[in-house]
Design a protein around this ligand. Structure first.
Ligand code: UDP
Length: 412
């Protein structure tokens, strides 16, 4: 063990909420994002568990840092140049300024990595620089692949580069779903490198919520009456498919939809496009945007149906597990890792991706057969607690960290 990264406990006025695992190796977790989307919230749980010996290094400052610090995780920010952050994963070739920005980050990361037993890249962008840095520092490397390596999400060049780096430099690739593993392997990734660990969520905040009160709060906030209310809990981005819900509203009389989530990575103004679509379809008064929120368990239990309408393969959305835990009827587009979470007709309903008529059909069914919907929702919660718990998730990742760190002898 490198053993030189034992942070002082951070005095944030609270006891750390989760027990740490002091026997875990010292890990340099690397995240390119300062925002707190799904991959970062997954990292929060893992980094909290190993906070006694590890740190999170962010390549960009943002709201994710205080979340980590509040959980007792030591954070360092190594701000990468804007040109690095401006590279889009769907772009074929990065700009010259982006290419020039990479070597200094790699050098600094490599220098920092020497103080740790293992490097853990939590995003594709972090992996690009951390993979080379780990090799320079002679440290084992894990890539936690939270994405589906398909052309809907990445350029061909990016996929080839990711796979080549993974095959040559990663000791382990953890994928969030079988679907993400399949995409990696179909792109040329070595299957023997891969371990699938499904995301897991802490059930506690979803239990003992007074649903009637939560519903009343949401309705008075949106200034609506007892009409049916759909909830969509994702960052606003074209592939998250909010537009499909708006199209479905045109076929569903009196049904409202609340969109929870901000424009986290795009910097674009997708909300404006969605508002224009709502106007065009004549449903604007039934469409409600509330922006990024941090009380998802309560908001979810304030809606009648949770909808997850992604139009491109969804790796393994946390929000789906949260929907199951909230014990609300759930409808999701059947793509990517979603069928590994939703068993159609048992704990939720699947619909054809991009097909607003099929989504409207599923919503109508749930509204017209409330007993069936409610039975599905209560089965959903029981199953999610059993299959997608946070403890099993953290243990699964920690095991991979320990296994990979054990090979560090090769590097010394
Ligand atoms: N989320 C949140 N506030 C919002 C919208 C979403 O905290 O306003 C959370 C949501 O509860 C989930 C995460 O963001 O835990 C999104 O993760 P997911 O894997 O579903 O999607 P991603 O954004 O990573 O593609």
């Amino acid at each position: 063990m490198a053993g030189s990264a034992k942070p002082e406990a951070i005095d944030n006025g609270e006891d750390p909420t989760e027990p740490t695992h002091p026997d875990l190796p010292a890990v340099l977790f690397v995240s390119h994002a300062g925002e707190a989307a799904g991959a970062e919230l997954c990292l929060l749980d893992v980094a909290t568990a190993s906070s006694a010996s590890s740190i999170v290094l962010l390549l960009s400052d943002g709201p994710f840092r205080p979340l980590l610090e509040k959980a007792g995780v030591r954070v360092e920010v190594l701000a990468a140049a804007n040109a690095f952050h401006r590279v889009r994963r769907e772009t074929a070739l990065p700009s010259l300024s982006a290419l020039v920005s990479i070597p200094p980050i790699v050098r600094k990361l490599a220098a920092r990595a020497r103080d740790f037993d293992l490097v853990y890249a939590n995003s594709q962008k972090a992996f690009l620089v951390a993979s080379v840095a780990a090799r320079l520092a002679r440290r084992p490397l894990i890539w936690h692949l939270h994405d589906i390596l398909s052309l809907e999400h990445f350029s061909r060049t990016n996929i080839r580069l990711d796979v080549a780096l993974a095959n040559h430099l990663a000791d382990k690739v953890i994928t969030v779903s079988e679907a993400a593993k399949t995409a990696f392997v179909e792109a040329g990734g070595r299957p023997t490198k891969v371990k699938v660990v499904h995301n897991g969520i802490d059930a506690a905040p979803f239990l003992n919520v007074d649903k009637a009160k939560a519903s009343q709060e949401v309705r008075s906030r949106l200034r609506i009456g007892p009409e049916p209310l759909l909830g969509c809990f994702s960052r606003l981005a074209p592939w998250k498919g909010q537009h499909v819900v708006i199209e479905a509203l045109a076929e569903l009389q009196d049904v409202h939809a609340m969109f929870v989530g901000g424009e986290l990575f795009s910097g674009a103004c997708h909300e404006e496009t969605l508002r224009e679509l709502s106007q065009t379809l004549g449903v604007a008064e039934r469409v409600h945007f509330v922006g990024q929120q941090n009380n998802i368990p309560r908001l979810m239990q304030g809606v009648d149906i949770v909808v997850h309408p992604s139009t491109a393969p969804e790796p393994f959305a946390r929000v789906l597990i949260e929907g199951l835990l909230a014990a609300r009827p759930l409808v999701a587009a059947a793509n990517g890792g979603t069928p590994e979470i939703i068993d159609d007709g048992a704990n939720g309903l699947l619909f054809l991706p991009k097909d607003s008529a099929d989504l409207a059909r599923a919503i109508r069914y749930l509204l017209e057969t409330p007993e069936a919907a409610s039975a599905m929702a209560s089965r959903a919660r029981t199953g999610a607690i059993a299959n997608f718990g946070r403890e099993a998730y953290v243990t699964g990742i920690s095991d991979e960290i320990c296994n990979a760190a054990n090979v560090s002898i090769r590097y010394s």
